[in-house]
Ligand binder design. Structure first.
Ligand code: COI
Length: 350
């Protein structure tokens, strides 16, 4: 299917201060969209970035039938555009879509749209440490009808936002033992919009208590550590990294799986297994819990400085040989094409 491209006549780029960007607030000049009507994906289009017009009864507004992805593009010193494992995002959005009863978006259309959009908005991707373009593909239910049933029409879109290093400030977390992000048989493994909406209120409560994020535990027993905020989570006990296995409750994070692969390759001891709250508490009491960090596309790695559970609080030590710092550098060097990509993770936009 031929991609229809309509270029903007008025670029916004000169109005953007690229040295002072807040995450996800500025968007590039163009967007990709493709509608699903009568059982087929229609002509894909790249259009000037603009608000959408949707009927107020569109199902996405009422039932949250929506899935999304987060990915990044980088510009190398020789002006090439590189992406990090976009094949994984392309597969995952369709895994998420299936769980929400939505049609899969074809791989060829995804990559054709993505490549053309990034070439068109090339100037928005800045070189240099910490600069990248955050790319947000998503699918929403557009049928105009408030009956609570699967939509018969959808819109797939990609929008792009220039970002700098994601600095979340100092992060201290509380281990959640009341609310849950996901449950067995639910949508936790999908990047469903509602998973994030459902996390906002417990996070607000945590903030009111002086914490920036929550660590999610399993919904049945609250005995196992699962995710941190909107990220996967890792714990370093002595010289071993621990992270929970993916499951129907846990997102199969691309940064998460890249960290596991990198550690296995570099001989950093890593165990992918259920991690009990009690063992992390015990390690913290003995001074053996050396690091905790979240891992996701936006921040890559977000160190956690301290945590609280029931009436116990811990500050983590400042370790000289931080795994978080080392792994973040290894991964971002590969992402920015500064280090050899021995894993075949990077993808050149052309
Ligand atoms: C990620 O870092 O992977 C995310 O999904 C973050 C996004 C929700 C802002």
């Amino acid at each position: 299917m031929t991609l229809h491209i309509e270029k903007t006549t008025t670029s916004k780029i000169s109005k953007v201060d690229f040295s002072n960007l807040s995450f996800g607030q500025e968007f590039t000049d163009h967007m990709f969209e493709c509608d699903y009507i009568d059982g087929t994906w229609q002509t894909p289009k790249i259009l000037p970035y603009a608000p959408l017009t949707l009927d107020p009864s569109a199902k996405v507004f009422h039932y949250g039938q929506a899935v999304f992805e987060g990915m990044k593009a980088y510009k190398s010193d020789d002006d090439e555009i590189w992406m990090f494992r976009p094949d994984q995002n392309q597969k995952r959005i369709n895994i998420s879509a299936e769980r929400l009863g939505m049609p899969a978006f074809p791989k060829e259309l995804f990559f054709d749209g993505l490549n053309n959009l990034l070439k068109l908005d090339n100037e928005w991707i800045k070189k240099g440490e910490g600069n990248s373009l955050y790319i947000r593909p998503f699918i929403i239910a557009t049928e105009s009808c408030v009956s609570a049933s699967i939509s018969d029409s959808y819109k797939f879109m990609i929008i792009c936002s220039p970002v700098q290093s994601y600095y979340a400030g100092e992060v201290r977390v509380i281990i959640e033992d009341k609310y849950s992000r996901s449950a067995n048989g639910g949508v936790g493994y999908a990047k469903a919009a509602g998973n994030y909406a459902g996390s906002f209120y417990p996070t607000k409560l945590a903030r009111e208590k002086g914490f920036q994020q929550v660590i999610w535990t399993d919904s049945c027993s609250h005995e196992y550590l699962e995710e941190a905020g909107v990220m996967n989570v890792f714990f370093r006990v002595n010289n071993t990294l621990l992270t929970a296995p993916t499951s129907e409750r846990i997102l199969d994070g691309i940064t998460r799986k890249s960290i596991v692969q990198l550690c296995e390759h570099e001989g950093i001891n890593i165990e992918v297994r259920p991690v009990k709250v009690s063992e992390i508490m015990e390690a913290a009491r003995k001074g053996e819990l050396l690091e905790m960090f979240g891992a996701g596309t936006a921040a890559v790695i977000s160190p956690i400085l301290g945590f609280s559970h029931h009436d116990e609080s811990f500050e983590l030590p400042k370790v000289a040989d931080s795994y978080a710092t080392y792994i973040k550098k290894r991964i971002t060097d590969i992402q920015q094409h500064k280090a050899e990509d021995i894993f075949g993770w990077t993808y050149k936009v052309n």
